[in-house]
Design a protein around this ligand. Sequence first.
Ligand code: DGP
Length: 112
Amino acid sequence: MDCIFCKIVAGEIPSNKVYEDELCFAFYDINPQAPVHVLVIPKTHIASADEVSPENSAIVAHIFEMIPKIAVKAGVTNGYRVITNCGEDACQSVKHLHFHILGGKPLSEQMA
Ligand code: DGP
């Protein structure tokens, strides 16, 4: 499958890793939009939030358990925002489920 994030998980494309375990992988976004901008992805290919199902939702739950630890590891100390873009109107550019962790400064109250 021609998926950039699957290739990052496989080590075929280099990334600046923050955290990894058997189910998920976290790395710094190539185009940071905050002082801390980390992406957390499932190791298995899930295309987007639309594809979360009873069969794979435990992976998503695991990711949300890890997100606070990943945020701390990335140096966030005063709160963060978690975003997943899903589909065209949300400008999802990589079709592999990913959660943006944004922090390191007071963020805008605007979300859209
Ligand atoms: P989204 O618009 O939600 O699909 O965000 C995709 C993000 O992925 C975007 O912020 C840039 C990031 N990204 C795309 N390709 C790469 C890559 O090869 N390496 C890293 N580190 N980030 C990438």
